[in-house]
Design a protein around this ligand. Structure first.
Ligand code: DQA
Length: 144
């Protein structure tokens, strides 16, 4: 089965309690289960991780590049300013889908810039947790 990493940046472990009006009531565990179940239906072996630590996220991106693993990434706030994360992602050796639960383009001005979008295969934003489901479908399509 094709392995896929679903990587999540800072504050996403707090889904369910964090600004539920923006991010919804589902928890991070709900998200992880949704991604794994979707992967199973699509023939993908999905591993879901979250970190608040930029260095750890960059190490996971290097691991994906070295092992040629496709990635679904919600970089959270790193989206808007982490050139270090962008430089790591530029080394990718497999498809990369940037995802967001909310639609950053419809929110505060600082969220309108993504420094990682330019090195992603594509971006899916604004569909709640379904953004991840759509991204996994896109990866399954790319692989077939
Ligand atoms: C987010 C949007 C970002 O602007 C924000 O910093 C997040 C979550 C989203 O999934 O909608 O932490 O990436």
């Amino acid at each position: 089965m094709n392995r896929v990493l679903v990587l999540n940046g800072p504050n996403l472990r707090r889904l369910g309690t964090r600004e539920p009006d923006v991010y919804g009531a589902a928890t991070f565990d709900d998200l992880a289960t949704l991604c794994r179940d979707t992967g199973q239906r699509l023939g993908l072996d999905v591993e879901v991780r979250q970190t608040d630590d930029e260095a750890e996220l960059i190490r996971w991106v290097h691991e994906a590049a070295d092992e040629r693993l496709p990635v679904v990434l919600n970089p959270a706030a790193f989206t808007h300013y982490s050139y270090a994360l962008r430089d790591a992602l530029a080394q990718r050796t497999a498809p990369l889908i940037e995802v967001h639960i909310s639609n950053p383009a419809a929110r505060e001005e600082f969220r309108h810039t993504s420094v990682v979008a330019g090195v992603a295969t594509g971006t899916i934003a604004g569909f709640g947790l379904k953004s991840y489901v759509l991204a996994l479908h896109a990866l399954a399509d790319e692989a077939s």
